[in-house]
Write a protein that binds this ligand. Structure first.
Ligand SMILES: Nc1nc2c(c(=O)[nH]1)N[C@H]1C(S)=C(S)[C@@H](COP(=O)(O)O)O[C@H]1N2
Ligand SMILES: [Mo]
Length: 331
């Protein structure tokens, strides 16, 4: 038997013995898929050729239940590539008013999935702290199937950290954008006087009006800069309202569940929508800055903004300031 034939035979045998096995060295790659301009398949060597980014002294804590003490896993130095840079290399398919409705799934070992919102990665400083790390304390990370470790240095606890990252999938909410059409036809949606809050997993749903919102815990967000990709600088405003987090707790979402494969969609009648991840809402040092506001600069909102709009202090762009909120859906 020729040496070549033998090689082919071994290869075929290996596939019979380990069907769909991810344990081959040539399978250790990271796929970037979904709503991107160019799908990618990156090897560890490809990642190492990209701009490296270091984050020092990342304190990793275990997830915990109420009343339990904090357990420190360790304090580490990480080196890798920003998730944002990988996404930019693939190129985002959705632009302008479509982009805040995008979310990103990062899938690792054992199919574990963590969701990021477009805004947290591209508008807030969480995106400048989210790494696909390939070195931990100056040593390579053993990752089994995929590559390295997902690290979110601004998170409180390390529930969003997954090992062996094998896929980054970009998706957008399934809500039709009518804004551009409506603008052309000069259609202006009437102001809303209530919003519907729905938890898609429990099928619970609540109607929330202005009075209801005013009864909730107050969150003041000072100095939110509203600058739009589409419309330029609007101004710097203060907002009063309640935290998005409080609304979620109101409908029964457990803030300490350690669930990070969920996200929230805030949308308006005209189809404009923005996503927020459970991680940024419940597990970030930067979390108490997402407000569902009813006052702007000390006055009730205008009719164009209706009774409620969202605003995010962390964000560099106003893409997640959804006016005339009609729905908040927890996916
Ligand atoms: N309901 C609703 N909210 C919205 C939008 C929209 O089209 N509809 N546009 C968003 C975008 S893309 C920006 S930049 C800001 C400012 O948009 P404006 O010029 O319509 O005020 O509001 C945001 N909120
Ligand atoms: Mo915008």
């Amino acid at each position: 038997m020729s040496a070549n034939l033998l090689k082919v035979l071994i290869f075929v045998l290996a596939f019979i013995i380990f069907p769909f096995s991810q344990s081959f060295a040539f399978n250790d790659s990271l796929a970037v898929t979904g709503d991107v301009k160019k799908a990618l398949n990156l090897s560890l060597a490809d990642l190492k050729e990209m701009n490296p980014f270091h984050i020092a002294n990342v304190t990793m804590l275990k997830e915990r239940k109420p009343g339990e003490p904090e357990v420190r896993v360790g304090v580490y130095h990480f080196k890798g590539v920003l998730l944002r840079d990988i996404l930019e290399k693939a190129g985002m398919k959705h632009v302008r008013k479509y982009e805040p409705g995008v979310y990103i799934k990062v899938i690792g070992e054992g199919g574990r999935e963590v969701i990021f919102s477009f805004g947290e990665i591209f508008y807030s400083s969480i995106g400048r702290s989210t790494l696909i790390a390939y070195e931990k304390d100056d040593r390579g990370i053993y990752a089994g199937d995929g590559i390295g470790e997902l690290v979110v240095a601004t998170d409180l606890r390390s529930g969003r950290s997954i090992k062996g990252v094998r896929e980054i999938r970009v998706e957008r909410v399934d809500i039709k954008m009518n804004v551009y059409e409506e603008n052309k036809k000069n259609i202006i949606q009437p102001p809303t006087s209530e919003l519907i809050l729905t938890d898609k997993r429990t099928n619970k749903s609540l109607r929330i009006g202005l009075e209801e919102l005013k009864k909730m815990d107050v969150l003041n967000v000072e100095d939110a800069i509203l600058t739009g990709d589409c419309v330029g600088f609007h101004g710097v405003y203060s907002f009063k309202g309640t935290a998005l987090r409080s609304l979620l707790e109101r409908i029964g979402v457990d803030p300490l569940s350690g669930t990070y494969d969920r996200y929230v969609v805030v949308s308006s009648e005209n189809g404009f929508s923005a996503t927020f991840s459970f991680g940024e809402i419940f597990n970030s040092r930067l979390s108490d800055n997402i407000v569902i506001a009813y006052e702007k600069d000390g006055k009730l909102l205008s009719s164009e903004e209706a009774f409620a709009m969202s605003a995010v202090r962390e964000d560099s762009l106003g893409g997640r300031s959804v006016k005339r909120i009609s729905k908040i859906e927890i996916q």
